[in-house]
Write a new protein. Sequence first.
Length: 322
Amino acid sequence: MTDAYEDRLQAWAGREVVARRQGQDPVNVPMIRHWVEAMGDDNPVYLDDDAARASGRDGIVAPASMMQAWTMRGYAASVRPDSEPSAADELNALLAEGGYTSVVATDSEFEFHRELTPGDHVSVEETVESVSPEKQTALGAGRFISTIKTYRDATGEVVATQRWRTLRFRPAEAPAEAAAPAEPEPKASRPRPAINPDNAFWFEAAREHRLVIQRCADCKSLRHPPGPACPQCGSFGWDTIESTGNGHVYTYVVNHHPRHPAFDYPLVVAVIELAEGTRLIANMADVAPADVEIGMPVVLDWIDPDPDLSLPVFRPADAKER
């Protein structure tokens, strides 16, 4: 990249890419209900006014994790964009000029200022925080683009901020066809999970082929994925129990593409409800995609993609009998 191109990219730091725009609908109970049912979150403060008041609130509140949902524009806006190019379009064009035409989200950090209640009408604006120098990543040469999204209520008060980071990278070139059939290459490395202080214990147990579930030390409720605080009582104390590994398919999808060389396709990705009551996402094994059914009993097994990584997979409970 030339110095002039680098200067043009770095000039985006501090620039607005999304002007303040209001969500299509105010915060409302029907959308909260759909969200908590999909997430399996039974905290009563989201739907029960009396329970919310008993907790010291003025009434029902929306889950904090819904913040971004209130400002999403929907499918129609994505297929019928504005006629005039936006600042975001301009930045995307500049990145494409450098060959950075592929994108993957890398992380999101929220800071919440207050809870939302039904009737709040949320708006969002987005500003570029930084554009990294070109870096070599497992996906290819790319740049990390960090932006700050600011969420406001109808009065203009900030209710949350979000640091949103994506990797814009150059897609790898397809290898030239060999004159003669080549020896099959070793399978690509399994993508690495994002391990942090809240979930490191889970992956450490997995390396020992133990499936553990985080448990609140105070109210004894179980939770997954791991988190720093109990969503039921707010306690920061926790321990773990070991799962039996028995469960059933709660729901599933069959992935055909986009394809990653570390996996075999079609790939069954299932939400498994364990006998203990928590759910986790895992691959299915020893079963054809057409034979997977919701409610199918499953048992735990393990794969070891490399010496430092073990992951749970689930097989039909009757797989050994078939």
